[in-house]
Design a binder for this molecule. Structure first.
Ligand code: DHB
Length: 388
């Protein structure tokens, strides 16, 4: 097999990269160790920055999102028994769109296959080779047989636990991370959400987030222990905590819990995001705690930069944008990290040794929900900083 860009991973980053390259007349092949059904069914954060929703439309893959996605003009932040509305539309003239990541993946897979794209699902033993030469290779096993893709470049879009990042030679990467002393218990419930838009709730028993996937489908999250045992959360306890943490600001209707799982909370960045002809994008290079849902948005920003850089290379043999890929992406990545950390530390309950920190934290929420200047900063980061 021979292609221009070999892509590891059929998540939002790998698929969008492949699609953008196709629009620019550049060939790619994707390998993915999971099945197509698995990729299309995995519930993940569902919040798109304004520009990402526009990118989907511009790239011709936004039709279903326009019909089924929910445009949200702002968010609620609840604390001390009151819900405060931050109106992004008024503050900064932007909105966000609620559309689950698995729907983005479903739409992109369908589109790549319709355009004749090559995606190998359920491959095993994927490895990347020779990326310090100009003939890198991806090897993998499919149906028991060894295969090799000879490519010009490799894009590692295979997530935090993928093979791409660990394939960098020893000593070429530096990792920066922070682990938080809590996790999120996420549930999907057949019930109407308590509001038309999201509620981020700070409560002395811990943070809770009230999100949604449809008029009768709620996506709800509760701050829990990082190593929480899901068996200790029978449905009745989940509802009790959700009612409590909503702090009486809205009425919450219970429904059948369709899914539950624990999300770990970690910030991680690796630098640089490139070695030779191997480029990493999205979760393969950086992960954020879920507060503010920056994960997929940062991945989309990476692949937009990468697709344009490949375009410059193939159109005009200009390799400067490729050489600058890591530097260009990391500026935005670190701002996304800062914002995700900031939202997380502002809204979660910590076991503070000193009540000073708790009082300071509440003052911060009070400030953000009453100062237009502070609210604008939150809104600008939440709805997505401008793409350079
Ligand atoms: C969702 C998840 C988030 O982490 C967030 O900040 C907002 C929304 C969601 O899954 O809907």
């Amino acid at each position: 097999m021979r292609t221009q860009v070999g892509i590891v991973g059929a998540g939002p980053a790998g698929l969008m990269l492949s699609h953008l390259l196709h629009l620019a007349g550049i060939r790619s092949i994707i390998v993915e160790n999971r099945s197509r059904a698995y990729c299309e069914a995995r519930v993940r954060a569902g919040l798109m920055e304004h520009w990402v929703s526009e990118l989907l439309v511009e790239a011709g893959v936004g039709e279903r999102m326009k019909r089924e996605g929910m445009v949200h003009d702002g968010i609620f932040i609840a604390f001390n028994g009151q819900a405060h509305y931050l109106n992004f539309k008024k503050l900064i003239g932007k909105h966000v769109v609620i559309y689950d990541q698995k729907e983005v993946v479903t739409d992109l897979i369908a589109r790549r296959l319709a355009d004749g794209g090559e995606i190998h699902f359920e491959v095993a033993d994927t490895s990347v080779h020779d990326f310090t030469t100009d003939r890198p290779k991806i090897r993998f096993r499919a149906n028991g047989e060894l295969n090799e893709i000879a490519c010009d470049f490799i894009a590692g879009c295979d997530g935090f636990h993928g093979i791409s990042r660990p394939s960098f030679p020893a000593g070429t990467l530096q990792g920066y991370d922070r682990v938080y002393p809590f996790g999120w218990l996420g549930i999907l419930s057949e019930s109407p959400p308590p509001e038309k838009e999201l509620i981020y709730a700070y409560h002395e028993k811990g943070f809770a987030l009230y999100s949604m996937r449809g008029p009768n489908l709620s996506r709800l999250y509760i701050q829990c222990a990082p190593d929480e045992n899901i068996d200790e959360w029978p449905d009745a306890r989940i509802w009790e905590q959700l009612h409590l943490r909503l702090g009486g600001v809205r009425k919450l209707t219970e429904g059948k819990i369709l899914q539950k799982g624990v999300t770990p909370m970690r910030s991680y960045v690796t630098e640089p995001m490139q070695h030779g002809r191997l480029f990493i994008a999205g979760d393969a290079a950086h992960i954020v705690p879920p507060t503010g849902a920056k994960g997929m948005n940062l991945a989309m920003a990476d692949v937009r930069v990468l697709a344009r850089a490949f375009e410059s290379f193939y159109r005009s043999r200009n390799s400067e944008p490729l050489a600058n890929y890591s530097k260009t992406c990391l500026r935005r990545v670190w701002k996304g990290q800062r914002f995700s950390w900031w939202m997380t530390q502002m809204l979660h309950r910590f076991n503070y040794e000193n009540d000073f920190d708790m009082k300071r934290q509440i003052a911060e929420i009070d400030y953000v929900t009453t100062s237009e200047v502070a609210a604008k900063s939150l809104a600008e980061n939440y709805a997505g900083l401008p793409m350079g």
